[in-house]
Ligand binder design. Structure first.
Ligand code: ATP
Length: 720
């Protein structure tokens, strides 16, 4: 007898429990990632064939996909000259007749001739030699599939399975159980007014019509987002409850008496923007509290994230703690080290007799850099200085995650994210430090390129988010052009020559072939040679690519910064963080081969000074994708707007990038289409967790969260 079942129970039942699924079928399903019955009912159709539009044969209009019901007459084989067989038949009803034509299906002649009664025929109506016909239509006996919307499943690796096998297995689950126990609290379900979960899942596999499918999709999408948000809210709440964090003196952004930040700000050659101050205020509030900060700092390219992160680090330093900044590459680490040192040096106290950088401290703020290529002797010295507390700030690469590092008192970890770090790596650092010192350092994650709000809430849903609104004053818009013809490309290089003539500098970026480092180096080296002899002959060119060792790279960058090089020919190693205000021209070759975010980042390397800057996108591609991407770049400089376009064009996977894994995959929900649903799910999830962190009062929801995310999956999502 059919009974109700909890969905979390289905996550523990293998598909082999279903009759008709033997070891071979189970293996085929496993290849699709379907192992449990829960996996099966959430293995949704890729698309559907809508056979619900039934018309009489007389009404069948060429161009439309319709379902016809009639009798087959006059089925016969027609040999062709090439020796192939065409089968032709007529389908008739009271209103008229239509020709059915089958290619490459010789067996059809006999099969069709043997059918006595009516059949259901589904296909597209065509006009051929003035006669209406259907080519290779689907022919079924009148039965349950007639007039239905039929699911088509993705079958990639499942040899030996077809869509109807999966549909049958799914239908069997529904006939085995009369209901799935809904995990949404009843109040929420009523409020949302959607299908219950059983109906919704059924309708998503076997919709009765398009409207029903959409309502079902909304409900399933909501559940998916909601369960994830509950987990994220829970992690956030647990973390807040458990970890005791360092309490920082955040004066003048909060009560306190330390003078370092105040002093620093008073000597800063520019005033922080309102957007920067707001973000710092939010960070200060977190850092002043006993709760560990887990905050994501977002801002458009050039919005001044560095200053905000420096202020956060100085909160730690003025409170007697240390701060680290971790960057994903050596070039970036170096860049950060340089700009932070410069910011600190600008505020050096004029009283050199004391040798003090800041009056608020008994000694200068000390900063150093640690990367994989730091020589052993320097590295040893640096480790000692970190351990005894001499060093206040250390910038570096993942070398900072090394177990050998120990800190006198680490108060803040800033991670310049770019999706490149393993989450485990990062949490390993904070965990280790927390164990050592008994309190957890605060964490600030920065992203180089803006990500859409819904994506941030999903991928970084366990973090609080600060957004730096606006850009520093005086920025001029970057003239962006899409050079589609060789003549326009020539004009771009001509403008670069002119700008160099006026003392400016520029970049030429070549797309790289990631898979083959050898080819990559050759391609960019060849292009460098070519430009040297052609468009850019006579200029001082530099070459930098990812395969150069960091010393060589740094030498070229230094030469560029000191204007010994006019034009830097580069791969995307310059993508993030490079900050040379005198550079005013960015030329991107084969621009259609880059993603929107990357192009926006690259463009952000110019327009950093007071001069008018230019960005040329070279591409002769005429594809819709190129049109959409490059068109968007030309149309706007707003990184958040571009991120939304990107999300729409590329879908979730790429946006979520490396941080997304396993259970956080979204099967149904779309971060671009379901924006309000994401907000709603998050709001409800947080409301529930605020009152019932352990979900003791929501046992069914609790069981489902456990079944989906497990206990230890917490480690994956927990920290950033
Ligand atoms: N309030 C401000 N007023 C004027 N200039 C500022 C201000 N804040 C930052 N800047 C300058 O703006 C430039 C960009 O800042 P920063 O490098 O921090 O940007 P970012 O947000 O890290 O962007 P990107 O990701 O492009 O590197 C720097 O040269 C910095 O000195």
């Amino acid at each position: 007898m059919a009974t109700a079942v909890r969905l979390d129970e289905l996550t523990r039942l293998s598909v082999e429990e279903l009759s008709g699924i033997g070891p071979a079928r189970a293996r085929a399903l496993n290849a699709l990632g379907v192992e449990t019955i829960y996996d099966l009912v959430t293995y949704f159709p890729r698309r559907y064939i809508d056979r619900s539009r039934q018309v009489s044969i007389g009404e069948a209009v060429p161009g439309e996909q319709v379902l016809l019901v009639g009798r087959v007459v006059d089925a016969r084989r027609i040999p062709t000259r090439g020796g192939r067989v065409i089968v032709e038949a007529q389908l008739v009803d009271a209103s008229g007749k239509i020709t059915l034509t089958f290619f490459g299906q010789p067996y059809r002649a006999k099969q069709l001739a043997s059918i006595a009664g009516e059949v259901a025929v589904f296909g597209r109506v065509e006009l051929f030699r003035r006669r209406r016909q259907m080519t290779n239509p689907l022919v079924d006996p009148i039965g349950d599939k007639t007039g239905a919307i039929v699911p088509l499943y993705s079958l990639r690796e499942a040899a030996g399975l077809n869509s109807s096998d999966i549909a049958r297995a799914v239908a069997q689950v529904f006939s085995t159980y009369s209901d799935f126990v809904d995990v949404l609290p009843p109040s929420l379900r009523d409020h949302l007014g959607m299908y219950d979960v059983y109906q919704a899942l059924w309708q998503l596999h076997f919709p009765s019509n398009e409207q029903a499918r959409q309502i079902a999709r909304r409900r399933v999408a909501f559940d998916e987002l909601f369960l994830l948000q509950v987990k994220l809210a829970q992690l956030r709440a647990e973390r807040e409850a458990l970890a005791v964090a360092t309490v920082h003196d955040t004066h003048p952004f909060g009560a306190g008496e330390a003078r370092l930040v105040e002093d620093f700000l008073s000597r800063l050659p520019f005033a922080p923007t309102t957007g920067q101050l707001t973000a710092v205020g939010e960070i200060a509030a977190d850092m002043a509290s006993e709760k560990a900060m887990h905050r994501l700092l977002q801002g458009d390219v050039g919005s001044g994230k560095t200053l905000v992160s420096v202020l956060a680090m100085l909160f730690a330093v003025q409170s007697g703690h240390q701060a680290v900044l971790v960057a994903p590459t050596e070039v970036l680490a170096d860049q950060h080290f340089r700009s932070i040192s410069a910011l600190l040096a600008e505020t050096k106290t004029p009283d050199s007799s004391t040798g003090r950088l800041f009056e608020g401290l008994p000694r200068p703020v000390t900063i150093d850099i640690l990367t994989g290529s730091t020589p052993a002797a320097r590295r040893r010295k640096l480790l000692a200085e970190l351990a005894d507390g001499y060093l206040d700030i250390v910038v570096g690469t993942h070398a900072l995650f090394n177990d050998e590092l120990s800190f006198a008192s680490l108060g803040l970890v800033v991670v310049d994210e770019q999706h490149r770090f393993g989450v485990e790596q990062r949490s390993a650092l904070t965990d280790r430090v927390t164990l050592q010192q008994g309190s957890s350092p605060d964490t600030l994650v920065m992203t180089a390129t803006p990500i859409p709000r819904t994506a941030a809430m999903t991928v970084y849903g366990d973090l609080d988010v600060s957004v730096i609104e606006g850009l520093p004053p005086g920025r001029r818009s970057i003239e962006t052009r899409w050079a589609r013809t060789p003549a326009e490309a020539t004009a771009a290089f001509e403008l670069l020559r002119q700008q160099v003539g006026q003392g400016r500098q520029g970049y030429v970026v070549c797309p790289v072939v990631e898979e083959s480092t050898k080819l990559q180096v050759r391609a960019v080296t060849d292009e460098y040679e070519r430009l040297n002899n052609a468009e850019l002959a006579g200029l001082r060119l530099g070459l930098v690519h990812g395969r150069m060792n960091s010393k060589a790279k740094e030498e070229v960058m230094a030469a560029f910064r000191s204007r010994e090089i006019d034009v830097l020919v580069a791969t995307t190693v310059i993508e993030v963080g490079v900050d040379v205000a005198n550079a005013t021209v960015m030329i991107i070759e084969d621009a259609d081969r880059f993603g929107i975010a990357q192009l926006h980042q690259l463009r952000g390397r110019v327009g950093r000074g007071a001069e008018q800057s230019y960005c040329y996108l070279l591409s002769e591609a005429e594809t819709a994708v190129a049109e959409a991407r490059l068109g968007a770049l030309v149309a706007t400089e707003d990184g958040f707007a571009l991120a939304e376009v990107d999300l729409e064009l590329r879908g979730e996977g790429t946006v979520l990038g490396g941080r997304q894994a396993g259970r956080t995959d979204l099967k149904v929900a779309s971060l671009s289409r379901d924006r309000e649903l994401v907000l709603e799910a998050r709001q409800h999830a947080r409301a529930i967790i605020a009152l019932d962190r352990s979900l003791a009062k929501h046992p069914r929801l609790r069981a489902m969260i456990l079944a989906l995310f497990g206990e230890d999956e917490a480690d994956f999502l927990l920290r950033s």
